[in-house]
Structures are given as structure tokens and as C-alpha cells.
Design a protein around this ligand. Structure first.
Ligand code: ADP
Ligand code: MG
Length: 364
């Protein structure tokens, strides 16, 4: 279902490869931990699976597709089969729980009837029924991550990728999230979870693939974490532009699923507007106590098949900062590259290329 063949990834301007000679195969229905210290290459692996990036050498095949031969315009449809969640939740702060989960379905043109059915189902699956009208800031960190998981699952993907999903949660809440992921896996979804945290991995007794400095050093069917003495702990940092990161991620998420950039742009403009309005209003109440200061990765340049490399006339949007009181450092502006929509097939834009879509199917 996911296969890495001798994969090496070298980022421009770096001397050491982020991944070198990585080889593994994940079967349909497996639950796999991808472990290793910060910087060992876990997120790089997940980005290759999502085709957000391509290997320098070697081959990545996902859902029966060699990603080298996957045309850029087909990438959004390929990604509909893959859900992803992240350490920093990446919810839209000015949208309700229901709206956050419904958002991608709306912009990909799902019918109202389907949305009305699928969103409550996804929320029930993650144990959030009755909270559809809440705003993200009215939820605990664990509940926010559940919303993000519901959003990732609402399209019923075959694979769920989770990049440090418990990294911002306290231990008890982390266990809840792990149990939820295990339940999702028991329902048939293949789960690949990157983590640098030792505890859960030992408890779960699932397959463990370990990376060290970009090299695969272990692949155990029922592994624990192994020697944890060298694994550094994350030092909490100030929240930086969390709202901007969330907005950008939501848009990237949508871009993964749709080629209709005008809808995406309109949605982003609306979201930024709402954030600006929220910024001028009274500061939002602080989230529940478990939401300690978090480390939020700066938003990365969109690098999907939909978004071509930035054109000269790229548009810059200054993101609002989520918490005016925090007075933390401002994040970098979001740069929205222009997209050559003409390159995208009409059938693709309308989601009508079912024939191709079916090629992305179960393989193992
Ligand atoms: P992990 O998720 O395990 O912390 P990453 O995959 O993020 O590891 O990073 C692996 C290595 O690649 C690190 O040395 C990191 O600095 C480097 N790296 C990751 N992304 C980039 C990038 N876009 N450009 C240059 N170097 C990168
Ligand atoms: Mg990472």
C-alpha cells in the first residue's frame, strides 16, 4: 500500500541527505509507528507519501501508484485517499467544529446532503457529537485534535498519516488520541504515525520503523521504542502565528483535494477577513489548560501538485496573529503562488475523472 524503494532525499543547500536508502513497505490495514529523534527524517517521509515532495533518488509507490509517474494535475485526487493530521491541529479558528470538518467537502463540491450526513458521522467517530457548534478556542487541545482527525477522515481515506499528533497534548490526552487512532485502524484504515515520543510506542506493540539521521535502523513488527536515552525532548516555544499557519494549512488541505483555485482563494480571503475581525474584537478566551505553549512549525511553502512553483506575480497576504495579547514574534507573510489553472483538466476540476481515480485503489 505504501512502498519506499531505496529512497534518498537531499534538500537543496544541505550537505547531509534527510533520508538515505530508505526501504520499507506498509501493507493495507497496518498500524505503523515511524519513530526517531527530531530531524531524523520522519516528516520528510510523510511529505513524500503525500507527494508534497519528490525523492532525489529511489521510488515511492502509494496505493498502487508510482508517484514519479503521477501527473501534477492528478495529485489532488490521489490525495483524497490520504488523510493527514499534524501536531498543531491546524483548525480554522473562526469556524465552528462542524464548519471545520465540512470545509473541504464544501469546496470540493460535495452535495449538501452528503455533507449533512458525513460530518456528523465523522464527529461521532471521534467522540465529539454535540460539539458541532463550538469554536476551536472553546475546545481542549485533545478535542481540537479530534476535530482535525474528523476532518482528515470525512472523505473516508484509505490511509491516515499523523505527524506527531500527540506532540502538543498532555500524556493522558495523548493516550486518548492514540486509542482513537487504534480504533480508526481497527476499522480498516491504514495508519502511519510519526512520533519522537517513546511511551505510546512501547504500549501499543505495533510495528515500528525507526529512522536515525535519515537512515532506517529498525523495522520491527511488534517493536517498542528501543533505547530512548538519546531522544531529546521538545522544548516548548512561544506560539507563532498559529492562526496563519492554520489558515494556510486548511487551504493547502483544500488544494490537495480540489483544483478549483478560485474557490480556494475566496475561502482563504473569507478566513483572513474573519481573523482580522476577530483580532480587532476582544481577545479570545484562552483554550483549556492542556494547551500549553506550543511549538508551531512555520508554514511551509505550498508544494503540491496543484500549486506550481511561485510565479513572478505572487500575492502576499499579511496574516493576522491569533492572540494579540501574546505579543510573540510575528510569523512570515503567507505567500500564495499564482497557479496555472489552464494546466488543470476541466474534468479533474469538476472531480469527474473517476476512471483515473479508481486506479488509485487497494493494492495489498
Ligand atoms: P523529523 O520530522 O524527523 O523531525 P524532518 O524530516 O523534518 O525530520 O527533517 C529531516 C532533516 O531534513 C533535518 O535535518 C531537517 O533540517 C532537514 N529538512 C527538512 N525539511 C527541509 C527543507 N525543506 N529544506 C532543507 N532541509 C530540510
Ligand atoms: Mg517532523
Amino acid at each position: 500500500m505504501i512502498r519506499f524503494e531505496n529512497v534518498t532525499k537531499r534538500y537543496r543547500g544541505t550537505s547531509k541527505p534527510a533520508l538515505s536508502g530508505v526501504d520499507f513497505e506498509v501493507q493495507r490495514g497496518e498500524f505503523v509507528f515511524l519513530v526517531g529523534a527530531s530531524g531524523s527524517g520522519k516528516s520528510s517521509c510523510l511529505r513524500l507519501i503525500l507527494r508534497e515532495d519528490v525523492p532525489t533518488s529511489g521510488r515511492v509507490a502509494v496505493l498502487g501508484r508510482d508517484l514519479r509517474s503521477l501527473a501534477n494535475r492528478k495529485v489532488p485526487y490521489f490525495r483524497r485517499h490520504i488523510g493527514s493530521v499534524f501536531q498543531d491541529f491546524r483548525l480554522l479558528p473562526s469556524k465552528t467544529v462542524h464548519q471545520n470538518v465540512a470545509f473541504t467537502l464544501q469546496v470540493t463540491g460535495s452535495s449538501r446532503g452528503f455533507i449533512q450526513q458525513a460530518v456528523p458521522e465523522a464527529l461521532a467517530l471521534v467522540g465529539l457529537d454535540g460539539k458541532e457548534k463550538r469554536m476551536p478556542h472553546e475546545l481542549s487541545g485533545g478535542e481540537q485534535q479530534r476535530v482535525a482527525i474528523a476532518r482528515a477522515l470525512v472523505n473516508r481515506p484509505q490511509v491516515l498519516l499523523a505527524d506527531e499528533p500527540t506532540g502538543n497534548l498532555d500524556p493522558a490526552t495523548s493516550v486518548d488520541i492514540m486509542q482513537l487512532l487504534a480504533r480508526i485502524n481497527a476499522g480498516g484504515t491504514t495508519v502511519l504515525m510519526a512520533t519522537h515520543e517513546a511511551g505510546f510506542v512501547d504500549q501499543m506493540q505495533r510495528r515500528v520503523i525507526e529512522l536515525r539521521d535519515g537512515e532506517m535502523v529498525r523495522d520491527e513488527v511488534h517493536g517498542g521504542y528501543g533505547d530512548t536515552s538519546n531522544i531529546p525532548r521538545l522544548v516548548p516555544e512561544e506560539v507563532r502565528g498559529a492562526a496563519a499557519a492554520a489558515a494556510l494549512t486548511a487551504v493547502q488541505e483544500v488544494q490537495r483535494q480540489t483544483a478549483d483555485l478560485s474557490v480556494v482563494r475566496a475561502a482563504l480571503a473569507e478566513e483572513l477577513d474573519a481573523q482580522r475581525r476577530a483580532q480587532t474584537a476582544a481577545p479570545a478566551p484562552q483554550p483549556a489548560a492542556e494547551r500549553e505553549p506550543q511549538r508551531v512549525e512555520p508554514p511551509e511553502q505550498p508544494h503540491s501538485g496543484v500549486v506550481e512553483p511561485p510565479e513572478p506575480d505572487e500575492r502576499t497576504v499579511e496574516p493576522p496573529v491569533e492572540r494579540p495579547a501574546a505579543a510573540g514574534p510575528r510569523t512570515h507573510p503567507i505567500v500564495l503562488p499564482e497557479v496555472d489553472v489552464a494546466e488543470l483538466g476541466v474534468a479533474d476540476r469538476l472531480g469527474l475523472s473517476d476512471q483515473d481515480d479508481e486506479e488509485v485503489g487497494p493494492t495489498s
